[in-house]
Design a protein around this ligand. Structure first.
Ligand SMILES: [Zn+2]
Length: 254
């Protein structure tokens, strides 16, 4: 049997037996692939850097249909992403992105997901400190959108009328978007004003708004949206992210 070769990013790994590891990759060509990597531990002590989480490269594996676990032949690492370990927020953002993708394990990943995950991880590794919270949010929103679940920011999800430039709407998680002021009167979702709407549009496009404030409220939005539409249960790593995101940026003025 000929092995398949595909660009891949390692999302998670755990030890198996004395010398092996089970690795979960998101691949560009075959979706999520779990492989047994035999004999990768022990020989070089802790030096198995090529199989560290969030590394990207070229995966060669013997993939059999109707199997859950395949056999890795080789992983040629092209980007290690060591920078993600520089601080806890970078790592927490990457972990949340990975958990979001892995939560979809039973389904066939859509095209574009691999690229969205790569870009999210690159952004998290490279972002300057002041953009990091926004980078975390942009990563989560772009991955959510790659799954086909972008929220509707405009027009109103109920009456289809456009929202005015100063109008304060309300998020309706069940409907998957924002209600206008009038339709939002009896809604329980969080209020979303014009600034937050513009910021959401940028984050969905993978951009970080300058002076992004209320990072934790933004995380609440994406977490609730993801819990409603993408995965059935709240993700642990999103809760942890909430604890490490900056609480109140200095740029915020009344
Ligand atoms: Zn409306």
């Amino acid at each position: 049997m000929a092995p398949v070769c595909t660009p891949a990013v390692l999302l998670r790994g755990h030890d198996y037996g004395d010398s092996s590891r089970i690795l979960k990759f998101l691949t560009r060509d075959h979706g999520l692939v779990s492989v047994m990597a035999r004999g990768v531990r022990g020989r070089s002590g802790k030096g198995t850097t090529t199989v560290a989480s969030f590394a990207s490269g070229e995966l060669t594996a013997f993939v059999k249909s109707h199997r859950d676990l395949h056999t890795m032949k080789d992983f040629h690492c092209t980007r290690l992403r060591e920078g993600l370990a520089r601080d806890v927020l970078r790592f927490a953002g990457a972990s949340a992105a990975a958990e979001l993708v892995l939560a979809h394990a039973e389904q066939e990943p859509p095209s574009g997901l691999f690229e969205a995950v790569e870009q999210a991880l690159n952004g998290l590794e490279e972002a300057p400190r002041e953009d990091l919270a926004g980078r975390v949010l942009a990563g989560l929103w772009t991955i959510t959108e790659a799954f086909g679940f972008a929220p509707q920011l405009e027009p109103c999800v109920r009456c289809d009328e456009p929202l005015g430039p100063d109008e304060i709407g309300r998020f309706d998680f069940a409907a998957g978007g924002i209600r206008c002021l009038r339709c939002g009167e009896d809604a329980a979702g969080p209020r979303v004003g014009p600034v937050a709407r513009a910021q959401l549009a940028m984050l969905l496009a993978g951009e970080v708004p300058t002076g992004l404030s209320h990072a934790r409220q933004h995380l609440g939005l994406v977490s609730d949206f993801v819990a409603y539409h993408v995965v059935a249960k709240p993700l642990k790593s999103l809760r942890f992210l909430g604890d490490v995101l900056p609480l109140d940026p200095e740029v915020e003025v009344a």
